[in-house]
Design a protein around this ligand. Structure first.
Ligand SMILES: Cc1cc2nc3c(=O)[nH]c(=O)nc-3n(C[C@H](O)[C@H](O)[C@H](O)COP(=O)(O)OP(=O)(O)OC[C@H]3O[C@@H](n4cnc5c(N)ncnc54)[C@H](O)[C@@H]3O)c2cc1C
Length: 314
């Protein structure tokens, strides 16, 4: 049998400490839990750990920013701790770059907390609920009440994190311009995810064709602002005015001209003359469902608002 490295989490009474778990006792417990009673077990390290979910009150103090577990330490039930930390780092990175490069106002950095703290509180609420479900299952198993264990597991749809929790995290405020639309209703916000390009949502995936290759809309995003337009919205005028404004670089891409995608307008909730401005972290900053006569000014003021940049309008 090959050597298997693993981590075994043993729930114990808070009154117990490391001395209550000598190696031979742990070996017996691991053999029993693994279903491999005859295999030799070597204990490499033992780390006592107390679950203590917490979200920081402030994510920014002047030039100091909290990310990762320093900002939000979550219950591991659901596997959301590192995910939440990475999402926050992703959220902060482009904002820092824009401010350091003189492309955005300093208050753009305040939107980091506005967006990410609410998301972390929601993740904490869900992962705490997951943890409580697991504790109930463990407690019932320790009482040998297997009917109750089966019932509790059957009632739990979550068993960790779902697509809604992973992809559906949306911001209601921050570096974005709401378009007055309501969020997509879902039965279960943790498990269910309905793709939406409502400002504050993650720009949805759609297979598209570009330069003869099949790629995802997500492959267009990630390094700078991207302006995606429907088939009948020509971005030529905007391209000129955006380069004249001299803020963050923007890539302008029109369906039918720069990429080909059936169902793009429908998925992104726009008419063929509409457009969506996507931020470097892949979140929608603004959306225009249809063209208006003063579209260029609207675009410039939306961009200035997102970047908290008064210079833009000069
Ligand atoms: C049992 C368990 C299971 C988990 N499972 C998952 C999962 O499935 N999915 C998931 O997404 N997340 C999971 N997590 C959460 C995930 O591990 C954390 O969210 C993630 O590691 C946090 O990363 P971080 O860089 O913010 O902090 P850390 O990983 O804690 O890194 C901080 C580093 O800073 C060092 N450090 C501390 N103080 C100092 C100092 N004064 N000077 C220098 N260095 C210092 C520490 O030694 C450490 O190396 C789990 C956590 C636990 C405990």
């Amino acid at each position: 049998m090959p050597t298997i490295f693993g981590r075994c989490i043993i729930f114990c009474n808070p009154a117990r400490n490391r001395k209550d778990f000598p190696s031979d006792r742990l070996q017996t417990m691991i053999r029993a839990a693994s279903g491999l009673p005859a295999e030799p077990v070597e204990v490499l390290s033992v780390v006592p750990w107390v679950m203590s979910p917490k979200v920081a009150r402030r994510y920014r103090i002047d030039r100091t920013f909290l990310v990762g577990d320093a900002a939000a330490r979550l219950s591991p039930a659901g596997g959301m701790g590192l995910n939440t930390g990475l999402q926050s780092a992703h959220n902060l990175a482009w904002k820092l770059a824009c401010v350091i490069n003189g492309q955005a106002g300093d208050s753009l950095l305040d939107t980091y907390q506005e967006e990410r703290r609410d998301a972390a509180l929601w993740a904490m609420e869900n992962t705490n609920r997951n943890a409580n479900e697991i504790f109930s299952v463990v407690a019932s198993a320790m009482e040998n009440n297997w009917d109750k264990v089966r019932d509790l597991i059957a009632q739990s749809r979550r068993r960790g994190a779902g697509l809604g929790q992973d992809l559906g995290i949306a911001y209601s405020r921050g570096a974005l311009l709401p378009d007055g639309s309501e969020p997509m209703p879902v039965d279960d916000p943790i498990n269910d995810y309905k793709p939406s390009a409502r400002p504050g949502s993650r720009a949805p995936h759609l297979w598209i064709e570009r330069h003869g290759r099949k790629i995802s809309t997500l492959d267009l995003l990630g390094t700078q602002f991207v302006f995606l337009t429907g088939k009948d919205c020509s971005p030529a005028e905007l391209e000129k005015s955006a380069s004249a404004a001299g803020a963050c670089p923007i890539v302008f891409l029109q369906n039918g001209r720069d990429f080909a995608a059936d169902g793009f307008e429908e998925l992104y909730g726009i008419f063929s003359g509409g457009a969506v401005l996507v931020r470097p972290d892949g979140y929608v900053g603004a959306r225009w469902t249809e063209p208006s006569p003063n579209f260029t000014e609207q675009f410039q003021s939306a961009f200035a608002l997102i970047l908290r940049n008064t210079l833009q309008r000069k």
